[in-house]
Write a protein that binds this ligand. Structure first.
Ligand code: B1M
Length: 215
């Protein structure tokens, strides 16, 4: 039987070589991919963040943990993608991490969950300036734009991006949803004027479905 705590430990300690086998064994033993992600891998990243904050580890260790998580997610990804390929496209989402921010793991998870729920998702990457969000949303005919922000120094960029969309020809046509550890619902909706906020990848799907009148 797979040792799920070993998955958490591997992410926590950045043991990238071990993660593929551990995740594959867990999946072969019938573990739920969502449980692996939400209850083990994300939990490990929270612990990594806490140890970084406490100066017990530094950027290289944080990077190794991130790479290990990404490698583990690569094993799970085909399972989630297969769920999405069986569904009709229900909407188009353009999503990126705001200017100045290179964090991508959470955003990529949101992409996976949206795709597995039938959305066509265009991931426009990290460190994305406000005008690129607007251009891509227009070009790709987005119903929703998703902003990810992990750094509190990104707050002005979240605000500027929401404003750029709301002041463009897309106003009233495209909904804006913000997420990521640095963004609170109050900041996203009341301060920036976004249409919604999502706490995690599952909530992102629910929030976007609700804004589009799909549930
Ligand atoms: Co960074 N980092 N980091 N980091 N890093 C944080 C965010 C930090 C909180 C750590 C800490 O101090 N506790 C801190 C920010 C503090 C602050 O601003 N208040 C921090 C810092 C300071 C930094 C640097 C400045 C460090 C330095 O260089 N001195 C630097 C900045 C670089 C930059 O971006 N310009 C930096 C660098 C890095 C690494 C490169 C080493 C690496 C990122 C690798 C990568 O992404 N490829 C890294 C990591 C791994 C982290 C932590 C440990 C983990 C982030 C993560 O991947 N979590 C993080 C600590 C933490 O968050 N607790 C930290 C797992 C992921 C699944 O969760 O991203 O929250 P999360 O996504 C969730 C939800 O937030 C939500 O759904 C996701 C899935 O459930 N969500 C959305 C996210 N985006 C959404 C978009 C939506 C909806 C929901 O749109 C619709």
């Amino acid at each position: 039987m797979a040792d799920l705590n070993a998955i958490k430990e591997a992410v926590n300690k950045g043991k990238r070589k071990d993660i593929t086998g551990l995740v594959q064994t867990a999946l072969d033993d019938g573990a739920d991919p969502q449980v692996l992600i939400n209850e083990y891998m994300i939990d490990a990243m929270k612990e990594v963040g806490a140890r970084f904050e406490a100066k017990k580890i530094f950027v290289p260790e944080m990077m190794m943990a991130a790479r290990t998580m990404q490698t583990g997610l690569d094993v799970i990804k085909p399972l989630l993608e297969a769920q999405g390929s069986q569904k009709e496209v229900v909407g188009t989402v353009v999503i990126g991490t705001v200017f100045g921010d290179l964090h991508d793991i959470g955003k990529n998870l949101v992409v996976l969950m949206l795709e597995s729920s039938g959305f066509a998702v265009h991931n426009i990457g990290e460190n994305v300036p406000p005008e690129t969000f607007v251009e891509k949303a227009r070009e790709l005919g987005a119903d929703v734009v998703g902003l990810s922000s992990l750094l509190t120094t990104g707050d002005p960029h979240v605000k500027a991006t929401v404003a750029a969309i709301k002041e463009s020809d897309l106003a009233g046509k495209v909904k804006v949803v913000c997420g990521g550890a640095a963004v609170t619902p109050k900041f996203a909706v009341e301060t920036c004027g976004a249409d919604g906020h999502a706490t995690d990848a599952v909530d992102a799907v629910k929030t976007i479905q609700k804004l589009m009148g799909l549930n």
